[in-house]
Structures are given as C-alpha cells and as structure tokens.
Design a protein around this ligand. Structure first.
Ligand code: HH2
Length: 288
C-alpha cells in the first residue's frame, strides 16, 4: 500500500469513536440494521445503480428514512461468487469522494466497506466512522493500524480464497477470528470496538453458508457482537432458485433466524422490508 497519500494515511488519531458509536448502537434492545450502499458498476445484485453520486446519496437518504441505523458504503465489489474486476486504490477513493461526506451528513453512522487500509483511512477522514473489512484485518497489513489510530469500530468478517467443501466451516471461522483478534489486540484495538461476521457467501459453499447461519450461536463464545449479511446471496438461490433481485423472502428468513441465533447487526439491501420483518418478529416474541 505504498501508493497511500502520506498526509491522509498518517493523519493523527481522530478519536472518531469518542462518543462510542458501537456501544450506542448496540445499547438499543432491538437488532441494528446496516443498509448497503454499493458505489460500484459490478456489485452482484445492484451493480451500476448507485455509481452516480446523486443516485447514491439519494439511496442512502432513503435507507436512513426507512430505518437504517448504519450505512455501509463500498466502492469495490467483493463478488463472493465470481471474479470481480479489481479496483485500484485511486479509483476506489475517487468513487467514494463525492458520496461519503454527504452520506455521513444524513445522521446515521457510515461504515467503509474496504479491504484496503489507505481507502479506509481516507474514508474515515471524509466522515466514515466504522471500518468493514471483508478480510478481517488479514489482507492489508496496515488495516489494523489504521483502525487503531482512528479509534473506530471494525467489522471482522471471515473469508477464504476458495471454498473447500471438506472442511469444518465453523472451526475455520473460529480459527480465522482468533487470528484476526490477535492482530487487533497487537494493534491496540479494544474489544469493545470489534464486531464479528461469519461472512455468508464468502469462501463457502452454499451448504456451508447455511451451516454458518444455522450454527451462528456457536460464535457467541467469542463474547463479541455478531453481524450477519445474508442479503440476496447465492445460498438462497440454491434452496429456492431466484435471481438476486428476487431473493427478498430468503433474505428475510435468513436474517430473522440470524437474529434468533444471536446476530445483533443485520446487513441488508432492502432496508424497509428488513426493519418491518424484524419489528414483527420482535412483537411476536414479546407477546409470548
Ligand atoms: N457481503 C458483501 C459485501 N460486504 N461485508 C460484511 N461485513 N458482511 C457481508 O456479508 C458482506 C460485506 C457482499 O454483498 P454486496 O455488498 O451487496 O455485494 P458486492 O460485494 O458485490 O458489492
């Protein structure tokens, strides 16, 4: 990551999380909804729809109005199911620049979905207040340092280069988290700023994604909040064939069960529907 701009990358700690963004969010007794904003041409379900900054900002505004607690902004598709075109550092920053400050001004905390430390640093400087790393601090050796210096929460997501149907996926996820948590501790990231995510659809067969959802409660052993992002993912298609934009029912089913299994944060494309499903499930539980 030598192409990082030193002025941005080595910016002093901003004590971004001085107000305890994560603690405040998790203080709510209900599940937290993270709305997805993909400023990309090629995301698997909505690529190209929000590449235009005005469309992106409008979509974020709508998600906040619909009840999103966090907006997760990404400018590089992770394409768990195929080969995304790698995006250069400068292109990723260029896509984010016209969008981040405006989205951060909408009132919901913004997380930056990137695996590149300089992109995270530049996004934090532009108004993001959380980092969402789909490689759990293990891809870019500078990522843990950036998170620690800015004092922000980080989402550590499990990932693998390729799926291996022969492995015990829960053991793999637990071993991955242990490595990530070690990196976090060495960098000085405190536990109260860490969220764990099993990475539904990432380096997993569809069956392993189902297993990760079914056994989510095992991950509670880490004692950290859990995030699940099952929205529109391919395992849904394996159970009930449908293209990505017709997987809302499967997404809601997965997310309701994820909450029952211990998820505190749900990452979703369809915010209004997700908020409604979570509210109704909670009302039914409360009426018991
Ligand atoms: N899934 C995607 C991207 N980022 N981050 C976390 N923490 N958890 C996830 O499950 C997750 C994630 C993939 O979804 P999407 O952003 O819609 O697609 P793409 O990566 O193609 O932009």
């Amino acid at each position: 990551m030598s192409s990082a701009s030193p002025s941005v990358y080595h910016s002093p700690p901003a004590a971004k999380d001085a107000g305890g963004t994560l603690a405040r969010l998790l203080g709510a007794s209900r599940p937290i909804v993270m709305g997805i904003l993909n400023v990309t041409p090629d995301s698997f379900s909505d690529g190209g729809r929000f590449l235009d900054p005005a469309a992106a900002i409008e979509h974020a505004r709508r998600m906040v109005a619909e009840g999103a607690d966090i907006i997760d902004v990404g400018a590089e598709s992770t394409r768990p199911y195929g080969t995304a075109t790698p995006v250069s550092l400068s292109e990723e920053v260029r896509r984010l620049e016209p969008v981040l400050a405006a989205v951060a001004g909408l009132g919901a905390p913004v997380s930056i979905d990137t695996m590149k430390a300089p992109v995270a640093a530049s996004a934090l400087a532009a108004g993001a207040s959380m980092v969402n790393d789909v490689w759990g601090l293990q891809r870019d050796p500078d990522m843990a340092g950036v998170v620690a210096r800015h004092g922000v929460p980080v989402i550590i997501m499990h990932n693998r280069e390729t799926a291996d149907p022969a492995i015990d996926i829960m053991a793999d996820i637990a071993a991955f988290f242990a490595r990530s948590l070690d990196l976090a501790a060495r960098a000085g990231i405190s536990d109260d700023r860490i969220v764990l995510d099993p990475g539904i659809g990432f380096g997993k067969t569809p069956e392993q994604s189902l297993t990760a959802l079914a056994r989510l409660d095992q991950l509670k052993a880490f004692g950290l909040p859990l995030l699940v992002g099952a929205s529109r993912k391919r395992f849904i298609d394996k159970v009930s064939p449908a293209p990505p934009d017709r997987r809302l029912g499967g997404s809601l089913a997965a997310h309701l069960l994820a909450v029952a299994g211990g998820a505190r944060i749900i990452r979703a494309h369809d915010v209004a529907e997700t908020v409604q499903a979570l509210k109704v499930a909670a009302a039914i539980r409360a009426a018991k």
